[in-house]
Design a protein around this ligand. Structure first.
Ligand code: NAD
Length: 252
């Protein structure tokens, strides 16, 4: 408990340095984009959700509606709450109104060229103070920012799947990330009920970097002929909430 409380106290950075955020744009309405969107809608933010075409947008919005409906049912809440949450969602396939956002979170596919091109566009159309965040799982933040001049406000904001449930958010800074960017990300993460942890920029950041050898060990056992259900059972008996293979199946 104390450790998780301590994570938001960042040396030499005060929450007062954070910028006010009211509107957030999310790029990509896939597994992660939809989950991140739900977390922001629940906290009362206005969310612009951008996809590449109408079909992908429809699938993404349906995913959001289904998850919210399931949540409302579980919490025994009035189904009308769906309408209340969705009134703040602006689904679209263009970059219209991105100049009204104080923060953009990119959750498109894990492809360096695509991410570089998205951020180069964002730099042109967003306000000069807008925080530009990427949900990349592993890519070096400096590489994502390579085609921009916005390295001081381009930051990693790494959610975990399912993003509307998992509390951890890694905030990945480089040696050029501004204090205002870090403070804004910490403040916003707390506002949406997450536990922000500021980490340094390196392959896999902290969580996935620690996770790689764990996954590799499980895969090695599988390759040696051990039953995956048995491996998962042993991991769960050890104390993991879920085995490595079950988790891989769930996260896709
Ligand atoms: P996904 O394939 O489910 O969704 C990606 C979505 O982005 C697709 O719907 C696609 O149409 C859309 N997209 C692609 N280019 C776009 C563009 N230019 N504009 C708007 N939308 C665009 O992928 P995902 O699993 O949600 O992963 C998204 C990002 O999050 C990746 O960088 C991934 O590494 C990272 N991530 C994934 C997980 C996970 O468990 N799935 C966890 C943490 C981080």
């Amino acid at each position: 408990f104390l450790s998780s409380k301590k994570t938001s106290k960042i040396p030499n950075i005060s929450p007062k340095q954070g910028l006010k955020v009211k509107t957030v744009a999310i790029i990509g309405a896939g597994t992660m984009g939809a989950g991140i969107c739900i977390a922001f809608l629940r906290a009362g933010y206005r969310v612009i959700l951008k996809e590449i075409n109408e079909k992908a947008l429809e699938i993404g919005v349906n995913r959001i509606v289904n998850v919210i409906n399931r949540m409302l049912k579980k919490m025994k809440m009035n189904p009308m709450a769906l309408e209340y949450l969705m009134r703040n969602l602006v689904p679209q396939i263009t970059y219209d109104h991105f100049d009204t956002c104080q923060m953009v979170i990119e959750a498109a596919v894990e492809n360096i060229k695509i991410k570089q091109s998205i951020f180069s566009t964002l730099e042109q159309i967003c306000n000069k103070t807008c925080i530009l965040a990427t949900n990349t799982s592993t890519i070096d933040i400096k590489l994502v920012a390579a085609k921009t001049n916005a390295i001081d406000r381009l930051v990693g904001l790494h959610f975990f799947s399912p993003a509307h449930i998992m509390p951890l958010v890694e905030i990945i800074k480089t040696d050029q990330t501004s204090a205002a960017t870090i403070a804004t990300c910490v403040n916003v993460s707390k506002k949406i009920g997450k536990t922000p942890v500021v980490v340094d920029n390196c392959v896999g950041f902290t969580a996935n970097r620690a996770f790689f050898p764990y996954g590799q060990a499980a895969a090695l056992l599988l390759e040696c002929g051990v039953d995956p259900y048995h491996i998962d059972k042993v991991l769960e008996r050890f104390g993991m909430p879920m085995g490595a293979f079950k988790m891989a199946d769930l996260s896709g």
